[in-house]
Ligand binder design. Structure first.
Ligand SMILES: C[S@@+](CC[C@H](N)C(=O)[O-])C[C@H]1O[C@@H](n2cnc3c(N)ncnc32)[C@H](O)[C@@H]1O
Length: 427
Protein backbone atom coordinates (compact mmCIF):
# COMPACT_ATOMS: atom_id res chain seq x y z
CA UNK A 1 0.00 0.00 0.00
CA UNK A 2 1.44 3.39 -0.89
CA UNK A 3 0.76 6.75 0.69
CA UNK A 4 -1.89 7.79 -1.87
CA UNK A 5 -3.78 4.51 -1.45
CA UNK A 6 -3.64 4.86 2.33
CA UNK A 7 -4.91 8.44 2.06
CA UNK A 8 -7.83 7.19 0.02
CA UNK A 9 -8.57 4.40 2.50
CA UNK A 10 -8.82 6.82 5.44
CA UNK A 11 -10.90 9.35 3.45
CA UNK A 12 -14.65 9.57 4.06
CA UNK A 13 -15.39 7.41 1.00
CA UNK A 14 -12.68 4.85 1.81
CA UNK A 15 -13.68 4.60 5.48
CA UNK A 16 -17.34 4.05 4.58
CA UNK A 17 -16.39 1.24 2.16
CA UNK A 18 -14.16 -0.37 4.81
CA UNK A 19 -16.94 -0.24 7.39
CA UNK A 20 -19.33 -1.97 4.98
CA UNK A 21 -16.82 -4.67 4.06
CA UNK A 22 -15.98 -5.42 7.69
CA UNK A 23 -19.58 -6.56 8.19
CA UNK A 24 -19.30 -9.11 5.37
CA UNK A 25 -17.77 -12.56 5.39
CA UNK A 26 -14.76 -12.00 3.12
CA UNK A 27 -13.82 -15.52 2.02
CA UNK A 28 -10.46 -15.72 0.28
CA UNK A 29 -11.83 -17.19 -2.96
CA UNK A 30 -14.19 -14.20 -3.25
CA UNK A 31 -11.53 -11.49 -2.85
CA UNK A 32 -11.14 -11.04 -6.59
CA UNK A 33 -14.89 -10.55 -6.96
CA UNK A 34 -14.91 -8.04 -4.08
CA UNK A 35 -12.05 -6.09 -5.69
CA UNK A 36 -13.80 -6.02 -9.08
CA UNK A 37 -17.04 -4.80 -7.48
CA UNK A 38 -15.17 -2.12 -5.52
CA UNK A 39 -13.53 -0.90 -8.71
CA UNK A 40 -16.60 -0.97 -10.93
CA UNK A 41 -19.29 0.27 -8.53
CA UNK A 42 -17.17 2.94 -6.86
CA UNK A 43 -14.78 3.83 -9.67
CA UNK A 44 -11.72 3.00 -7.58
CA UNK A 45 -8.25 2.34 -8.99
CA UNK A 46 -6.85 -1.16 -8.50
CA UNK A 47 -4.55 0.16 -5.72
CA UNK A 48 -7.38 1.94 -3.88
CA UNK A 49 -9.59 -1.16 -4.01
CA UNK A 50 -6.74 -3.34 -2.75
CA UNK A 51 -6.04 -0.92 0.12
CA UNK A 52 -9.70 -0.86 1.17
CA UNK A 53 -9.93 -4.65 1.13
CA UNK A 54 -6.62 -5.11 2.97
CA UNK A 55 -7.65 -2.73 5.75
CA UNK A 56 -11.11 -4.32 6.05
CA UNK A 57 -9.56 -7.80 6.37
CA UNK A 58 -7.00 -6.59 8.92
CA UNK A 59 -9.72 -4.82 10.91
CA UNK A 60 -11.78 -8.02 11.01
CA UNK A 61 -8.72 -9.85 12.33
CA UNK A 62 -8.01 -7.11 14.88
CA UNK A 63 -11.60 -7.23 16.18
CA UNK A 64 -11.42 -11.00 16.50
CA UNK A 65 -8.01 -10.98 18.21
CA UNK A 66 -9.04 -8.53 20.93
CA UNK A 67 -5.62 -6.77 20.62
CA UNK A 68 -7.29 -3.36 20.43
CA UNK A 69 -10.55 -2.55 22.24
CA UNK A 70 -11.41 0.06 19.63
CA UNK A 71 -10.30 -2.01 16.64
CA UNK A 72 -13.62 -1.42 14.86
CA UNK A 73 -12.60 2.23 14.33
CA UNK A 74 -8.94 1.65 13.53
CA UNK A 75 -6.82 1.21 10.40
CA UNK A 76 -4.32 -1.63 10.07
CA UNK A 77 -2.53 -3.57 7.37
CA UNK A 78 -2.07 -7.29 7.93
CA UNK A 79 1.67 -6.95 8.66
CA UNK A 80 1.25 -3.86 10.81
CA UNK A 81 -1.39 -5.60 12.92
CA UNK A 82 0.87 -8.60 13.45
CA UNK A 83 3.74 -6.34 14.51
CA UNK A 84 1.71 -4.20 16.92
CA UNK A 85 1.59 -5.16 20.61
CA UNK A 86 -1.76 -5.81 22.27
CA UNK A 87 -3.22 -3.20 24.62
CA UNK A 88 -2.66 -5.32 27.76
CA UNK A 89 1.06 -5.24 27.09
CA UNK A 90 1.22 -1.59 26.08
CA UNK A 91 -0.70 -0.70 29.26
CA UNK A 92 1.80 -2.69 31.30
CA UNK A 93 4.75 -0.89 29.63
CA UNK A 94 3.05 2.48 30.02
CA UNK A 95 3.19 2.22 33.83
CA UNK A 96 6.98 2.65 33.84
CA UNK A 97 6.78 5.59 31.46
CA UNK A 98 4.15 7.19 33.69
CA UNK A 99 6.22 6.66 36.85
CA UNK A 100 9.30 8.20 35.27
CA UNK A 101 7.34 11.08 33.71
CA UNK A 102 5.76 11.82 37.10
CA UNK A 103 9.15 11.85 38.77
CA UNK A 104 10.52 14.24 36.13
CA UNK A 105 7.67 16.56 36.99
CA UNK A 106 7.24 18.11 33.55
CA UNK A 107 4.80 17.54 30.74
CA UNK A 108 6.63 14.68 29.07
CA UNK A 109 7.56 14.63 25.40
CA UNK A 110 8.02 11.14 24.01
CA UNK A 111 9.56 10.04 20.75
CA UNK A 112 8.40 6.74 19.28
CA UNK A 113 11.13 5.51 16.92
CA UNK A 114 9.53 3.28 14.23
CA UNK A 115 5.92 4.02 15.15
CA UNK A 116 4.24 2.05 12.31
CA UNK A 117 0.47 2.40 12.50
CA UNK A 118 0.86 3.96 15.94
CA UNK A 119 -0.08 1.11 18.29
CA UNK A 120 2.63 2.00 20.81
CA UNK A 121 2.49 5.76 20.22
CA UNK A 122 -1.21 5.91 21.00
CA UNK A 123 -0.76 3.77 24.11
CA UNK A 124 1.80 6.33 25.36
CA UNK A 125 -0.39 9.40 24.70
CA UNK A 126 -1.81 9.45 28.26
CA UNK A 127 1.78 9.97 29.48
CA UNK A 128 2.71 12.91 27.23
CA UNK A 129 2.97 14.41 23.76
CA UNK A 130 4.12 11.69 21.35
CA UNK A 131 6.09 12.18 18.14
CA UNK A 132 6.01 9.01 16.06
CA UNK A 133 8.74 8.59 13.44
CA UNK A 134 8.67 6.05 10.63
CA UNK A 135 9.96 5.71 7.08
CA UNK A 136 6.78 4.13 5.75
CA UNK A 137 4.49 6.92 4.61
CA UNK A 138 1.41 4.72 4.23
CA UNK A 139 1.74 3.50 7.83
CA UNK A 140 2.09 7.08 9.02
CA UNK A 141 -1.17 7.96 7.27
CA UNK A 142 -2.87 5.09 9.13
CA UNK A 143 -1.23 6.11 12.41
CA UNK A 144 -2.62 9.63 12.05
CA UNK A 145 -6.06 8.27 11.20
CA UNK A 146 -5.89 6.00 14.25
CA UNK A 147 -5.03 8.94 16.49
CA UNK A 148 -8.01 10.80 15.08
CA UNK A 149 -10.32 7.80 15.49
CA UNK A 150 -9.33 7.49 19.17
CA UNK A 151 -9.58 11.23 19.85
CA UNK A 152 -5.82 11.57 20.36
CA UNK A 153 -4.87 13.89 17.47
CA UNK A 154 -3.84 16.61 19.90
CA UNK A 155 -1.38 14.26 21.61
CA UNK A 156 0.22 12.63 18.56
CA UNK A 157 2.05 13.71 15.45
CA UNK A 158 3.54 11.54 12.73
CA UNK A 159 6.88 12.38 11.12
CA UNK A 160 8.41 10.67 8.11
CA UNK A 161 12.15 10.22 8.64
CA UNK A 162 14.90 7.67 8.91
CA UNK A 163 15.32 7.08 12.64
CA UNK A 164 19.00 6.21 12.11
CA UNK A 165 19.55 9.86 11.27
CA UNK A 166 17.69 11.38 14.20
CA UNK A 167 19.90 13.70 16.23
CA UNK A 168 19.21 16.14 18.99
CA UNK A 169 19.55 18.95 16.45
CA UNK A 170 16.81 17.76 14.12
CA UNK A 171 14.44 16.84 16.96
CA UNK A 172 15.03 20.28 18.43
CA UNK A 173 14.40 21.81 15.04
CA UNK A 174 11.05 19.99 14.88
CA UNK A 175 9.93 21.27 18.28
CA UNK A 176 12.28 23.79 19.88
CA UNK A 177 9.95 24.01 22.87
CA UNK A 178 9.80 20.28 23.64
CA UNK A 179 12.12 18.41 25.90
CA UNK A 180 12.19 14.85 24.60
CA UNK A 181 13.02 12.86 27.73
CA UNK A 182 11.39 9.52 27.00
CA UNK A 183 11.67 7.26 23.99
CA UNK A 184 10.33 3.98 22.67
CA UNK A 185 11.92 2.00 19.82
CA UNK A 186 10.30 -0.90 17.98
CA UNK A 187 12.55 -1.94 15.07
CA UNK A 188 11.25 -4.20 12.27
CA UNK A 189 11.98 -7.88 12.89
CA UNK A 190 10.91 -9.38 9.56
CA UNK A 191 12.80 -9.41 6.27
CA UNK A 192 11.32 -8.49 2.91
CA UNK A 193 9.89 -11.99 2.48
CA UNK A 194 8.19 -11.70 5.87
CA UNK A 195 10.58 -14.16 7.56
CA UNK A 196 11.52 -13.54 11.19
CA UNK A 197 14.92 -11.95 11.80
CA UNK A 198 16.69 -13.45 14.81
CA UNK A 199 19.88 -11.40 14.99
CA UNK A 200 19.27 -8.07 16.69
CA UNK A 201 21.88 -6.44 14.47
CA UNK A 202 19.86 -7.49 11.41
CA UNK A 203 16.70 -5.75 12.71
CA UNK A 204 15.59 -2.78 10.63
CA UNK A 205 17.18 -0.56 11.73
CA UNK A 206 19.78 -2.57 13.69
CA UNK A 207 19.44 -2.64 17.45
CA UNK A 208 22.74 -0.78 17.93
CA UNK A 209 21.05 2.31 16.40
CA UNK A 210 19.84 3.05 19.92
CA UNK A 211 23.41 3.85 20.97
CA UNK A 212 23.07 7.10 18.98
CA UNK A 213 20.22 8.16 21.21
CA UNK A 214 21.90 7.29 24.48
CA UNK A 215 25.10 9.08 23.49
CA UNK A 216 25.81 12.73 24.18
CA UNK A 217 24.86 13.70 20.61
CA UNK A 218 21.53 11.89 20.83
CA UNK A 219 18.14 13.46 21.47
CA UNK A 220 18.55 15.93 24.30
CA UNK A 221 18.19 14.81 27.88
CA UNK A 222 16.88 11.32 27.13
CA UNK A 223 16.05 10.04 30.60
CA UNK A 224 14.54 6.72 29.65
CA UNK A 225 14.37 4.42 26.62
CA UNK A 226 12.43 1.17 26.11
CA UNK A 227 12.96 -1.16 23.16
CA UNK A 228 10.66 -3.94 21.99
CA UNK A 229 12.58 -6.99 20.78
CA UNK A 230 11.76 -10.61 20.00
CA UNK A 231 11.30 -12.81 23.11
CA UNK A 232 14.07 -15.07 21.80
CA UNK A 233 16.61 -12.24 22.05
CA UNK A 234 20.15 -13.57 22.31
CA UNK A 235 21.58 -12.37 25.64
CA UNK A 236 25.15 -12.89 24.37
CA UNK A 237 24.46 -10.59 21.44
CA UNK A 238 23.22 -7.89 23.83
CA UNK A 239 26.42 -8.27 25.81
CA UNK A 240 28.56 -8.08 22.67
CA UNK A 241 26.76 -4.88 21.69
CA UNK A 242 27.62 -3.48 25.11
CA UNK A 243 23.99 -2.76 25.98
CA UNK A 244 23.44 -2.31 29.68
CA UNK A 245 19.75 -2.79 30.34
CA UNK A 246 17.07 -4.83 32.05
CA UNK A 247 15.45 -7.47 29.83
CA UNK A 248 11.79 -8.10 30.62
CA UNK A 249 10.11 -11.10 29.01
CA UNK A 250 6.34 -10.74 28.94
CA UNK A 251 3.77 -13.51 28.60
CA UNK A 252 0.03 -13.10 28.38
CA UNK A 253 -2.19 -15.93 29.59
CA UNK A 254 0.70 -18.36 29.26
CA UNK A 255 1.90 -17.30 25.77
CA UNK A 256 5.24 -15.53 25.54
CA UNK A 257 4.63 -12.32 23.61
CA UNK A 258 7.66 -10.08 23.62
CA UNK A 259 10.78 -8.85 25.35
CA UNK A 260 11.41 -5.26 26.36
CA UNK A 261 14.82 -3.74 26.99
CA UNK A 262 14.67 -0.99 29.59
CA UNK A 263 17.41 1.63 29.66
CA UNK A 264 18.39 4.49 31.95
CA UNK A 265 15.59 5.84 34.18
CA UNK A 266 13.02 3.36 32.86
CA UNK A 267 15.16 0.60 34.27
CA UNK A 268 14.40 1.61 37.84
CA UNK A 269 10.68 2.21 37.68
CA UNK A 270 10.20 2.76 41.38
CA UNK A 271 13.24 5.01 41.64
CA UNK A 272 15.03 2.29 43.61
CA UNK A 273 18.56 1.23 42.84
CA UNK A 274 17.68 -2.04 41.21
CA UNK A 275 20.12 -4.70 40.08
CA UNK A 276 17.59 -6.39 37.84
CA UNK A 277 19.01 -7.63 34.57
CA UNK A 278 16.28 -10.19 33.79
CA UNK A 279 12.62 -10.09 34.64
CA UNK A 280 9.71 -12.36 33.69
CA UNK A 281 6.27 -10.78 33.79
CA UNK A 282 3.16 -12.89 33.49
CA UNK A 283 0.01 -11.01 32.56
CA UNK A 284 -3.12 -12.96 33.43
CA UNK A 285 -6.46 -11.20 33.18
CA UNK A 286 -6.01 -8.04 35.20
CA UNK A 287 -3.22 -9.34 37.40
CA UNK A 288 0.47 -9.55 36.83
CA UNK A 289 3.25 -11.46 38.51
CA UNK A 290 6.91 -10.60 38.18
CA UNK A 291 10.05 -12.58 38.89
CA UNK A 292 13.48 -11.02 38.66
CA UNK A 293 17.12 -11.75 39.37
CA UNK A 294 17.71 -8.88 41.81
CA UNK A 295 18.56 -11.36 44.56
CA UNK A 296 20.65 -13.54 42.26
CA UNK A 297 19.76 -16.95 40.85
CA UNK A 298 19.63 -19.72 43.48
CA UNK A 299 21.34 -23.02 42.82
CA UNK A 300 18.84 -25.82 42.32
CA UNK A 301 19.77 -29.49 42.66
CA UNK A 302 18.94 -32.06 40.03
CA UNK A 303 16.95 -34.97 41.41
CA UNK A 304 15.20 -38.05 40.08
CA UNK A 305 11.67 -37.24 38.91
CA UNK A 306 9.26 -37.25 41.88
CA UNK A 307 5.48 -37.57 41.73
CA UNK A 308 4.88 -34.32 39.82
CA UNK A 309 6.51 -32.49 36.92
CA UNK A 310 6.09 -28.71 36.72
CA UNK A 311 6.31 -26.73 33.53
CA UNK A 312 7.25 -23.07 34.21
CA UNK A 313 5.57 -20.29 32.24
CA UNK A 314 7.51 -19.56 29.04
CA UNK A 315 8.43 -16.05 30.24
CA UNK A 316 10.23 -17.55 33.24
CA UNK A 317 12.05 -20.02 31.01
CA UNK A 318 13.13 -17.38 28.47
CA UNK A 319 14.23 -15.00 31.22
CA UNK A 320 16.43 -17.76 32.67
CA UNK A 321 14.61 -17.68 36.04
CA UNK A 322 13.53 -21.33 36.35
CA UNK A 323 15.68 -21.73 39.46
CA UNK A 324 13.93 -18.79 41.18
CA UNK A 325 10.56 -20.44 40.63
CA UNK A 326 11.93 -23.85 41.65
CA UNK A 327 13.19 -22.44 44.95
CA UNK A 328 9.83 -20.84 45.61
CA UNK A 329 7.78 -23.97 44.98
CA UNK A 330 10.40 -26.22 46.59
CA UNK A 331 11.00 -28.23 43.47
CA UNK A 332 14.15 -29.65 41.87
CA UNK A 333 15.40 -29.78 38.33
CA UNK A 334 15.26 -33.13 36.49
CA UNK A 335 18.29 -32.22 34.36
CA UNK A 336 20.64 -29.25 34.34
CA UNK A 337 19.74 -28.33 30.77
CA UNK A 338 15.98 -28.90 30.95
CA UNK A 339 13.38 -26.46 32.25
CA UNK A 340 11.01 -29.04 33.86
CA UNK A 341 10.90 -29.08 37.64
CA UNK A 342 9.86 -31.93 39.91
CA UNK A 343 8.55 -32.33 43.46
CA UNK A 344 6.24 -34.46 45.62
CA UNK A 345 3.43 -31.94 45.65
CA UNK A 346 1.50 -29.98 43.07
CA UNK A 347 2.48 -26.37 42.49
CA UNK A 348 -0.11 -23.82 43.53
CA UNK A 349 1.87 -21.13 41.74
CA UNK A 350 0.15 -19.57 38.71
CA UNK A 351 3.63 -19.57 37.16
CA UNK A 352 3.87 -23.32 36.59
CA UNK A 353 1.61 -26.06 35.33
CA UNK A 354 1.78 -29.35 37.17
CA UNK A 355 1.50 -32.83 35.70
CA UNK A 356 1.17 -36.01 37.75
CA UNK A 357 3.48 -38.70 36.47
CA UNK A 358 1.66 -41.98 35.74
CA UNK A 359 4.70 -43.69 34.29
CA UNK A 360 8.10 -42.84 32.92
CA UNK A 361 10.00 -44.85 30.33
CA UNK A 362 13.00 -44.52 28.02
CA UNK A 363 11.86 -43.19 24.67
CA UNK A 364 10.48 -46.01 22.48
CA UNK A 365 7.50 -45.52 20.19
CA UNK A 366 6.44 -49.15 20.66
CA UNK A 367 6.59 -49.08 24.46
CA UNK A 368 4.87 -45.71 24.74
CA UNK A 369 2.12 -46.96 22.45
CA UNK A 370 1.60 -50.13 24.52
CA UNK A 371 1.39 -48.12 27.71
CA UNK A 372 -1.07 -45.64 26.23
CA UNK A 373 -3.24 -48.44 24.85
CA UNK A 374 -3.50 -49.91 28.35
CA UNK A 375 -4.55 -46.51 29.68
CA UNK A 376 -7.15 -46.13 26.91
CA UNK A 377 -6.62 -42.36 26.65
CA UNK A 378 -9.52 -40.25 25.40
CA UNK A 379 -7.38 -37.35 24.26
CA UNK A 380 -3.63 -37.11 24.02
CA UNK A 381 -1.46 -33.99 24.25
CA UNK A 382 2.25 -34.18 23.54
CA UNK A 383 4.74 -31.70 24.98
CA UNK A 384 8.46 -31.70 24.47
CA UNK A 385 11.56 -29.98 25.74
CA UNK A 386 15.05 -30.99 24.67
CA UNK A 387 13.69 -33.70 22.39
CA UNK A 388 13.97 -33.66 18.58
CA UNK A 389 10.52 -35.29 18.17
CA UNK A 390 7.81 -33.29 16.36
CA UNK A 391 4.65 -33.73 18.51
CA UNK A 392 2.19 -33.76 15.57
CA UNK A 393 4.20 -36.46 13.75
CA UNK A 394 4.62 -38.43 16.97
CA UNK A 395 0.84 -38.47 17.58
CA UNK A 396 0.32 -39.62 13.98
CA UNK A 397 2.84 -42.45 14.29
CA UNK A 398 1.22 -43.64 17.52
CA UNK A 399 -2.01 -44.15 15.54
CA UNK A 400 -4.02 -44.64 18.73
CA UNK A 401 -7.74 -45.28 18.76
CA UNK A 402 -9.70 -42.82 20.87
CA UNK A 403 -10.54 -44.55 24.13
CA UNK A 404 -12.90 -43.72 26.96
CA UNK A 405 -10.22 -43.24 29.62
CA UNK A 406 -8.89 -39.89 30.85
CA UNK A 407 -7.10 -37.14 28.93
CA UNK A 408 -3.35 -37.70 29.09
CA UNK A 409 -0.23 -35.68 28.36
CA UNK A 410 2.97 -37.29 27.13
CA UNK A 411 6.04 -35.24 27.98
CA UNK A 412 9.10 -36.01 25.87
CA UNK A 413 12.33 -34.74 27.35
CA UNK A 414 15.83 -35.62 28.48
CA UNK A 415 16.89 -36.81 31.90
CA UNK A 416 20.66 -37.03 32.30
CA UNK A 417 20.94 -37.14 28.53
CA UNK A 418 18.52 -40.10 28.24
CA UNK A 419 15.53 -39.47 25.98
CA UNK A 420 12.64 -40.04 28.33
CA UNK A 421 8.86 -40.13 28.00
CA UNK A 422 6.60 -39.27 30.92
CA UNK A 423 2.98 -40.28 30.67
CA UNK A 424 1.12 -37.81 32.83
CA UNK A 425 -2.22 -36.29 33.70
CA UNK A 426 -2.41 -32.49 33.73
CA UNK A 427 -3.52 -31.07 37.06
C1 LIG B 1 7.71 -3.48 14.21
S1 LIG B 1 7.16 -2.15 13.26
C2 LIG B 1 6.62 -0.98 14.42
C3 LIG B 1 5.22 -1.23 14.94
C4 LIG B 1 4.72 -0.13 15.83
N1 LIG B 1 5.43 -0.04 17.08
C5 LIG B 1 3.23 -0.23 16.09
O1 LIG B 1 2.81 -0.30 17.24
O2 LIG B 1 2.48 -0.22 15.15
C6 LIG B 1 8.67 -1.52 12.65
C7 LIG B 1 8.56 -0.23 11.86
O3 LIG B 1 9.89 0.25 11.61
C8 LIG B 1 9.86 1.04 10.44
N2 LIG B 1 11.27 1.26 10.04
C9 LIG B 1 12.18 0.34 9.67
N3 LIG B 1 13.38 0.95 9.45
C10 LIG B 1 13.21 2.27 9.73
C11 LIG B 1 14.08 3.39 9.72
N4 LIG B 1 15.37 3.28 9.41
N5 LIG B 1 13.55 4.60 10.05
C12 LIG B 1 12.26 4.74 10.37
N6 LIG B 1 11.39 3.69 10.41
C13 LIG B 1 11.87 2.49 10.09
C14 LIG B 1 8.99 0.22 9.51
O4 LIG B 1 8.44 1.03 8.49
C15 LIG B 1 7.91 -0.34 10.49
O5 LIG B 1 6.77 0.44 10.46
Amino acid sequence: MDKEQALFAVSEQGSALIEKLVLQELKEFEHLKVLTTLRKSNKLSAGEAAAVLEIALARQKAIKSGKFIQAAKMFFTRDALEQASGEKITAHRRKRFQTLADSLGEDAAIVDFCCGIGGDSLALCPVGQVTGIDLNEARLVLAKANAEALGLSERFEAVCANVSQVTSANLNHLHPDRNYQLAFFDPGRRDEQGKRIFKAEAYQPPLSTLKNWLSKDGPPHLKGLAVKVAPGIDYDELKQLGLDCEVEIISENGDVKEAVLWFAGLRNPEGTLSNVTRRATLLNGNTHISYDDSKGIPKLDCQKPRRYLHEPDGAIIRAGLVECLGAEIQAFKIDNEIAYLTSDSISNSPCARSFEIISSLPFSLKKIKEELQLLNARHLTVKKRGSPIVPEEFIKSLALKKGDGEDLTVILTRVKNEHTAFITRAI
